[in-house]
Design a protein around this ligand. Sequence first.
Ligand SMILES: [Zn+2]
Length: 297
Amino acid sequence: MSESDRVRRFTLERHPIRGHAVRISRAWLELREHQDYPPAVQALLGEAVGAVVLLAATLKFDGSLTLQLQGKGLVNLLVAQCTHDFKVRAMARHDPIGGEAGFRTLTGDGQIVVTVEATDRASSYQGVVPIAGNSLAESLEAYFVQSEQLPTRVALASTPGVVVGMLVQRLPGEGGKAPVDPAALEAAWMKADHAMAALTRTELLEDDVEQRLVSMFGDDEVRVFGGHDVAHECRCSRERVANVLRSLGAEEVRSVIAEQGACTVTCEFCQKPYRFDAIDVEQLFSGGPPPGSTAIN
Ligand SMILES: [Zn+2]
């Protein structure tokens, strides 16, 4: 059975070690439908999409989780978002790139900002870590150690056709059903740690998640759950764009109309254009009925 576009949880039967595995294919293609990134940026964007789904899977929240990479390298800004029900979108801004570029050339020095915007304000959260190591996966491991004090191993890979990711986490010992034997837990964690380190890109890209987990942890040990679908969805709307225009102020928007005849705002995530003509703009600032809600495409 294909595991495409699913994030699945797994646990080890006898130890407080859990993980999540994600594989995204269709949503990854849809997300880039109107984007055209150089291969190196696209690969990093894919890993960020895998990462944000894994992050969302580890947390309980109702809203959206955003991973932002803010660096001084060729990629100035990269944003990947995932909602609690695993709707993803992502975009990157970058300088011209000719050919190959490694992780640190792309990101430079900078930081990773993880933001949870929850409908329940108390669950909202922001964490910032410096970009670390030589991959997004290493930076994410540093994030988990800092923000949640949980030893975590992360593997990420992306190709033009698929994004895959896996995360294994050692939970605090207490709270489990059985009393925890510290030596046995340490041994189990070391085994998981080694299995993650030994996992090759080819193995990670293989599409049978269950088989991979069994070969890493043993079939009497790992329990894999059904998981959730992952889909692409952009949350942009004409109303949100109208609010942005209102916040710019009547004077500025009218001057654009005077120069260009219309004001077109393109969504940075999905590239959908939202066009406001002179009448739409006057309605925006008259406090009258909101302009029609269909996008002009
Ligand atoms: Zn959009």
